[in-house]
Ligand binder design. Structure first.
Ligand code: 13P
Length: 251
């Protein structure tokens, strides 16, 4: 039985005031103990979120990290070692907004996964197809290609702590979620691909669904056999919606 995980990706949202308010509310709201809950604030707010949530069970992570490990001369970058230093547990890697808008390749994403793991942090690795790829029947091919790069470059034996997230690009921020059946088909394919390389990893790995998850559709999505939780964007900025989604994952 895999323990559900719900992660809130705050993206490039928030101010000191709104992040402070959201974090205080999260610290007070009742969340199910049977679910791992993680928030991913913008880099500049991580420190304060870690402080406020220090005595809670909510984990904190970053939305990205540098591909360069350790410390050194790389202006403007933040390393996994620094994220670990300020109390992060998790790093999101390969979000489609970075793949598409910032040109992150499958190989770069895989290298980042390796750096995250080597730094003692846990990656949440995003995969997913664009609308045109789905429309041309290439969804599983795309997702396998993204996954294979990670397995090839990092090695399955090193991926025991990794979490995977399927996020169809067309469902992100569009209000148009994949149906539970559409999501389940891809989640099952991801697990099958993992199983071809490691049955143990496939059995253990949590695969989250992301893309317009809301309190209204969370229960049905999380009820599917291979969906082990969610990666939540917009709804993670509203404490009532996020906590309702967390409760749905615990049911
Ligand atoms: P939305 O929940 O806003 O669709 O975003 C999903 C997402 O991209 C989470 O990483």
């Amino acid at each position: 039985m895999r323990r559900p995980l719900v992660a809130g990706n705050w993206k490039m949202n928030g101010t000191c005031a709104s992040v402070g308010e959201l974090t205080l509310s999260l610290n007070e709201v009742a969340l199910p103990e049977s679910v791992d809950v993680v928030v991913l604030p913008p880099y500049i707010y991580i420190d304060r979120v870690v402080s406020v949530l220090a005595n809670s069970l909510i984990g904190v992570g970053a939305q990205n990290c540098s591909v360069k490990p350790g410390f050194g001369a790389l202006t403007g970058e933040i390393s996994a070692a620094q994220l670990k230093d300020i109390g992060c547990d998790w790093v999101l890697v390969g979000h489609s907004e970075r793949r598409i808008e910032l040109g992150e390749s499958d190989e770069l994403v895989a290298e980042k996964v390796r750096v995250v793991l080597d730094s003692g942090l846990r990656p949440i690795i995003c995969v997913g197809e664009e609308l045109s790829e789905r429309q041309s029947g290439r969804t599983l091919e795309i997702v396998k290609r993204q996954l294979d790069a990670v397995m090839r470059i990092v090695g399955v034996e090193s991926l025991g702590e990794a979490v995977f997230a399927y996020e169809p690009v067309w469902a992100i921020g569009s209000g148009l979620s994949a149906t539970p059946e559409q999501a389940q088909e891809v989640h099952a394919a991801i697990r099958a691909r993992l199983a071809e390389n490691s049955k143990e990893l496939a059995e253990k790995a949590r695969i989250l669904y992301g893309g317009s998850v809301k309190p209204e559709n969370a229960l049905e999505l999380f009820g599917m056999a291979d969906i082990d939780g969610g990666l939540i964007g917009g709804a993670s900025l509203k404490v009532n919606d996020f906590s309702a989604i967390c409760r749905a994952a615990g049911n």
